[in-house]
Design a protein around this ligand. Structure first.
Ligand SMILES: [Zn+2]
Length: 305
């Protein structure tokens, strides 16, 4: 937790988040590194999320942002973790444009600090359950891969997922530093060995990764995504492939709510009109509230034959 300084943490953090894509010059390793402080803070603020849940949601959002950087065009991915802990599940989705959104099923749960005096992320997620990734790659139907939760700390669970479900050796580091008045720093790194890569690189990369385990503190001290890439590759030559903004952005709209209602059918809408006269619905991803009044519902009904 923070020290309760008089300056708000949001005044100390850089103005925007971004992600850097890089590869080592021999083409063995792909590295993605991101600063996600504002993105995670916006999610916390929208859903009024408690600190430990913020740390967990922030790690999932950051992971989704990093994985989203591997998508193209209109492709999207959804990352879900469902454990037996009190948070009851966390969902995030991301696209190739760096737009990320997400939420926790129970944002207002709290557990004591763990034995290292840190926010107990695995304590709220649980250690039984699954981590699933759904890729919607503009093909006929989305593809989902799931693996069991092995630690509940998320980064290790993702490494296990990549290795087991996608056969990709990976190193993942995710961190969120939460203060009294919000998120102080957040970010992450994802390293993936590319096909045909020399496996002998792994011990060296793991050694570098161990020094990156506290990624949120590095970001708090002003480290950039490029700096994280350099640390992660520790001495290997690399080239930066691109840089991209990442931010919290939902894709919901009043029109989408109308489509959902239309799909329910004429009778359901008539029932709502008679019993309630209006529909009030909040988007689970961003908490935005939509209201449809009698005239909106009547207009919908007239559009259903
Ligand atoms: Zn929304």
């Amino acid at each position: 937790m923070g020290t309760g300084r008089s300056l708000k943490s949001s005044e100390l953090i850089p103005p925007f988040d971004y992600l850097t894509r890089a590869t080592d010059s021999s083409g063995n390793v792909r590295v993605l590194a991101a600063r996600t402080t504002r993105m995670v803070e916006e999610c916390r603020e929208r859903h009024k999320i408690y600190p430990t849940v913020t740390a967990a949601v922030g790690r999932i959002l950051t992971a989704a942002a990093l994985m989203g950087a591997c998508l193209k065009g209109e492709e999207t991915l959804t990352l879900r973790i469902f454990g037996d802990g009190p948070v009851g599940g966390i969902i995030a989705d991301a696209n190739a444009k760096g737009e990320v959104r997400g939420y926790a099923k129970n944002p207002h749960v709290h557990v004591p600090l763990n034995s290292w005096e840190k926010l107990d992320v695995s304590g709220i997620i649980g250690n039984q359950g699954s981590l699933c990734v759904t890729y919607d790659l503009d093909m006929e139907k989305p593809y989902t891969g799931c693996t069991p939760i092995i630690s509940g700390e998320i980064a290790k669970d993702l490494v296990y997922y990549f290795y087991t479900s996608e056969q990709i050796p990976a190193i993942v580091s995710l961190g969120v530093l939460v203060g009294w008045d919000g998120v102080i720093a957040a970010g992450g790194i994802l390293l993936q060995l590319l096909p045909g890569a020399e496996k002998s690189l792994i011990p060296k990369l793991e050694k570098n990764a161990a020094e990156l385990s506290d990624v949120s503190h590095l970001i708090q001290e002003g480290e950039t995504p490029e700096g994280l890439v350099e640390r992660a590759l520790g001495g290997l030559e690399f080239k930066i492939l691109g840089k991209q903004r990442v931010h919290f952005k939902c894709r919901c709209s009043k029109e989408k709510l109308k489509e959902i209602l239309m799909a329910l059918g004429k009778k359901e809408i008539q029932d709502i009109l008679i019993k309630q006269g209006k529909v009030e619905a909040a988007c689970p991803f961003c908490s935005h509230k939509y209201l449809l009044y009698q005239k909106d519902l009547e207009a919908l009904l007239s559009g259903i034959t």
